[in-house]
Design a protein around this ligand. Structure first.
Ligand code: SF4
Length: 250
């Protein structure tokens, strides 16, 4: 056996010992981590890297955002924690890359979202998709999209305080599981809920805030832009700030 073979076997042995140590701690998942800081990959929104090295296995924490999100979804279950469950066809948990560097948080599902069980798939959703794909040059599946409440408020009214209070713990856990580089808060309800402020979106938008240490950009909701297309340019200004923030860590 030559030196290279001996070194290889030594590395394999170290990795095996490390995996057994992790398994003993109850950590059964291995993150597909990059060899560099995953947050430096912007503006590409996915934090995962297909290149898995021996050093990444040894040095990176064994955290699976995917399993974290799945656990949150499982805990939510067939939720009846607030009255919104009574009128829903589908609970809309959220969708996208569990490793996303960018998360959009909206208000709540509308009619089409309720029917499909997916967030932002109606007319406002198409506009959001355009912002992501045509504006940011990202794929929709590379970001994560969710809402403050997971069930449709009747008649698309704003979610009420007790409904937000019942559902918010799951949003917090979602965001903790994903741990994105940037959050974009869409509209009054989402931004007020995330920031615990009474200040309106018109004065908040375009100014960086922080949510649990994560930079948060408040901007208008796409549904508002459908009614007020002249304000699309303001949202584009906000999106450019997000792209600059994500790109500066390259
Ligand atoms: Fe549960 Fe949230 Fe739906 Fe209310 S809105 S029933 S808390 S999932």
């Amino acid at each position: 056996m030559d030196d290279i073979q001996r070194e290889f076997l030594d590395i394999v042995s170290q990795v095996k010992a490390h995996l057994e140590y992790r398994r003993a701690l109850g950590m059964s998942f291995v993150e597909m981590a990059s060899s560099g800081d995953s947050r430096s990959a912007a503006p590409v929104a996915s934090k995962a890297d297909p290149v898995k090295t021996v050093s990444s296995l040894v040095e990176k924490p064994f955290v699976s955002q995917s399993s974290g999100l799945a656990a949150v979804r499982e805990e939510l279950g067939d939720c009846t924690r607030c009255k919104l469950h009574k009128g829903r066809k589908n609970l809309v948990f959220g969708e996208g890359d569990p490793n996303a560097a960018l998360v959009f948080v909206g208000e709540g599902p509308g009619q089409e979202e309720d029917l499909q069980g997916r967030p932002f798939v109606g007319a406002a959703g198409q506009l959001l998709t355009d912002i992501i794909v045509k504006g940011m040059q990202l794929k929709r599946e590379d970001v994560y999209i969710c809402n403050i409440v997971k069930c449709r408020p009747p008649g698309n009214r704003n979610p009420e305080p007790d409904e937000i209070e019942a559902c918010e713990p799951f949003l917090i856990k979602q965001l903790q599981a994903i741990n994105p580089q940037v959050i974009i808060g869409l509209g009054n309800v989402a931004v007020k809920t995330l920031l615990k402020t009474k200040e309106g979106i018109t004065s908040l938008r375009g100014n960086w805030k922080t949510y649990q240490g994560i930079p948060l950009m408040p901007t208008f909701h796409p549904a508002y832009l459908l009614r007020t297309p002249s304000d699309k340019r303001l949202v584009w200004d906000d999106i450019k700030k997000v792209m600059a923030e994500m790109g500066k860590n390259k």
